[in-house]
Design a protein around this ligand. Structure first.
Ligand SMILES: Nc1ncnc2c1ncn2[C@@H]1O[C@H](COP(=O)(O)OP(=O)(O)OP(=O)(O)O)[C@@H](O)[C@H]1O
Ligand SMILES: [Mg+2]
Length: 369
């Protein structure tokens, strides 16, 4: 690939008439392009294979291999198919524009050549190429970041699992060997520890599956389950965190969902955790879980009346580490919503939101049922 910052572009001109070649060559080299010339289609194919140019100006009427044929062969070869081809045609020859585009040409220039027209058409194609290359680079970077995140998740859940095993065996020893020395409160606390670490083990297991499953549906089990019940359990656990403030929590009963219960639990837990966190500074905090019907689709929602946010700034909320609030005010890492989105997309569903500063936030989601 050429470094386009140094060079303006490497152009190959293919024409069996030397005067045409000379004319275009002079025009384009004056503009600072690097120009190569060949007199036949066959030569063109050879040259392109050895050192692919950024752009080809290709005459149509040539003996043996004509321009259409050359273009078709270039487009059929993976290594050359992305090189843009501009056709050259004389005004008096029958030029079939449709065929020109059908065989893969991107533009055409008619003879007699006019300096300005040639330059503009060439520049257009080179600019497009440049944008395409930049996009490809961005995509590659994104892929890399994704891979890193995946292996990061994998490693974290693996390490957490090891630590948790140690904690679990100590809890077990404590209750077996020293349980009788504890009073009722002590025993109750030990039970909470046991339940919590069991729950944590489940979560790690689910996250592990999530990081392994990448973006295919293979590992997703589809079962219908009582989502209201799941939400109730999560809220009960959250209530321990809700300390001083009494929060109004409304949970619609008998809401069922179809999907992977373990994963959906993680998703809803993250949404409720946010709803709880972002109502911590609200006067009369209120959190609601419910369901509504939109056309034929079941839409679930988690709604709060907390700090909200400016939706104009919310573009990247579902990207890892994106946060709209100060760490000192509302602590967090910014991984929650990225996980939620991932889980929902694994189910073929969608997630979106509605928010207003100081009035609250609602997250809506579907599971593609
Ligand atoms: N219910 C909500 N109300 C207001 N802002 C929200 C709400 N939910 C999410 N946000 C905004 O979106 C950001 C990203 O949310 P996300 O759950 O990914 O991260 P977090 O809660 O900050 O950290 P983590 O979930 O990793 O502990 C939050 O930092 C906050 O700015
Ligand atoms: Mg969160």
């Amino acid at each position: 690939m050429n470094n386009r910052n140094e060079k303006k572009g490497d152009i190959l001109i293919v024409d069996d008439i030397p005067e045409n070649l000379q004319l275009l060559f002079t025009m384009l080299t004056k503009q600072g392009y690097e120009v190569r010339r060949v007199l036949s289609g066959k030569q063109a194919l050879n040259v392109v294979k050895v050192e692919p140019p950024d752009l080809i100006l290709l005459d149509i009427r040539m003996p043996e291999l004509d321009g259409y044929e050359v273009c078709q062969r270039l487009k059929a070869d993976e290594t050359t198919q992305n090189i843009p081809v501009i056709f050259l045609s004389a005004l008096n020859e029958t030029f079939d524009k449709v065929t020109a585009f059908q065989v893969g040409g991107v533009d055409y220039i008619s003879k007699p050549f006019q300096l300005q027209e040639v330059i503009i058409r060439v520049e257009n194609q080179l600019n497009l190429l440049e944008m395409q290359r930049k996009l490809e680079e961005k995509n590659k970077e994104l892929e890399l970041v994704n891979k890193e995140l995946e292996s990061f998740g994998y490693r974290v859940s693996h390490d957490l699992r090891n630590h948790l095993n140690v904690i679990n065996s100590i809890i077990y020893l404590l209750s077996k060997k020293h349980g009788q020395k504890l009073d009722n409160v002590g025993l109750k606390n030990l039970k909470i520890l046991e339940d919590e670490s069991e729950r944590m083990a489940e979560m790690i297991e689910d996250l592990w599956r999530l990081s392994e499953s990448k973006s295919n549906y293979l590992d997703i089990s589809l079962e219908s389950f009582d989502l209201s019940g799941v939400v109730r359990k999560i809220v009960d656990r959250l209530k321990i965190k809700m300390k001083e403030k009494e929060k109004i929590v409304i949970i619609k009963s008998d809401v069922y969902a179809t999907g992977d219960e373990g994963l959906i639990k993680i998703a809803v837990e993250n949404l409720l955790d946010n709803a709880n966190k972002f109502t911590n500074k609200t006067e009369q905090p209120r959190i609601e879980f419910g369901q509504l019907q939109q056309q034929d689709q079941t839409v679930y929602f988690v709604k709060d009346n907390g700090v909200g946010f400016d939706t104009k700034k919310g573009n990247n909320l579902f990207t890892p580490f994106q946060r709209l609030h100060q760490e000192q005010e509302f602590p967090g890492t910014g991984i929650g919503l990225a996980t939620v989105k991932r889980i929902i997309e694994l189910h073929g569903g969608e997630i979106w939101y509605d928010a207003k500063v100081n009035q609250g936030t609602t997250f809506y989601f579907t599971f593609g049922e």
